[in-house]
Design a protein around this ligand. Structure first.
Ligand code: AVI
Length: 314
């Protein structure tokens, strides 16, 4: 199999300093990238198969439906650069429909990239693989081997919704700089809908999303020498209609003190750690965001129920 550098060394971020920074702020928070240790990746995989979590299966359906349209819009011999590529299920639809010569999956989850690499070695021998283990929000240097190829960026899953709007704009600008002005970007964006659908998608009956959220505390116990008692925190998912986002929090059920890396963090009963935002868009609001980042929306597609959208930006 043609293969790239396989640069699998993750960028070293200061996990403990970032955790303390969030936990000592007046409104406590932890960054959502902390979700994705090995256990978190497994739990996220389980979330994507929950009956309440519509985004993954809906986006897969849209991608299958539009594969023919895309084949006419994307030049042959393209390099597909996927941001947040923990598995290749969505890229595989593009491999089947488009003439892709190279694949650059970028993901912070080192383990997931290694597994993806060994699967693709057998399933897509003709595609040159150049995995990059990195926080994809930071600027990424693309491999020299794809320099002359037309580039299609791919950012599925509505991960753009996990960024606050100024960060989303900065990220989309940076992707444009990385890929070059002639590139396109195919992006999945979740749509605003009734909280009756949204809240259960982030607070499922089986408690998988609760376990995913609480796993952040398990990770701090292990990697930041913390002593969180998981029974004294509860998962909360709330719709913030003003900001048009689902918020995930971990609520302290009692007044308590927790040790983290030698520091004492005090919680009031009912105080929360804000762990994630998941912004939901209208087609127009997303187009406005993309425009502010210097992109133009060339095409937009949705499913029949208008739950989710996919956009080709140029
Ligand atoms: C990765 N991201 C798009 C997911 C979302 O829907 O915001 C993360 C997630 N959090 C809870 N469930 C899923």
């Amino acid at each position: 199999m043609p293969e790239g550098s396989g640069a699998l060394a993750p960028a070293r971020s200061d996990f403990v300093a970032e955790a303390l920074n969030g936990l000592t702020a007046p409104r406590k928070s932890l960054p959502p990238k902390f979700f994705y240790d090995d256990a978190g990746c497994t739990l996220f995989g389980a979330i994507t198969e929950l009956p309440e979590y519509y985004p993954t299966r809906t986006e897969l359906g849209i991608l299958r439906d539009i594969a023919g349209d895309l084949a006419a819009l994307v030049p042959p011999g393209a390099a597909l650069v996927e941001y947040g590529a923990s598995d290749e299920a969505k890229a595989a639809i593009l491999f089947a429909a488009l003439d892709v010569d190279a694949y650059v999956p970028i993901d912070i989850a080192h383990q997931a990239l290694t597994a993806l690499k060994s699967r693709l070695r057998w399933s897509h021998r003709a595609v040159a693989l150049h995995p990059i283990a990195a926080d994809f929000l930071a600027p990424v240097k693309l491999p020299a081997a794809i320099g002359a190829m037309p580039k299609l960026g791919f950012f599925p899953g509505s991960t753009i919704g996990n960024l606050d709007p100024p960060d989303a704009i900065a990220f989309l600008r940076q992707v444009r700089t990385t890929l070059g002005v002639c590139a396109s970007l195919l992006i999945g964006v979740d749509l605003e809908k009734s909280p009756d659908i949204l809240v259960p998608a982030y607070d499922d009956a089986a408690g998988v999303t609760a376990a995913f959220n609480l796993n952040m505390l398990t990770r701090l116990n292990r990697e930041a020498d913390a002593d969180f008692d998981l029974d004294l925190f509860a998962h909360r998912a709330v719709w913030n209609d003003t900001a048009k986002r689902i918020e995930m929090h971990l609520e302290s059920l009692v007044a308590q003190s927790v040790r983290v890396a030698g520091r004492t963090i005090r919680f009031r009963a009912g105080e929360t750690i804000h762990t994630e935002n998941s912004y939901k868009f209208s087609i127009e609001r997303f187009a406005g965001l993309a425009t502010r980042a210097g992109w133009h929306v060339a095409r937009s597609w949705t499913d029949a129920e208008r739950l989710f959208s996919v956009h080709l930006l140029s």
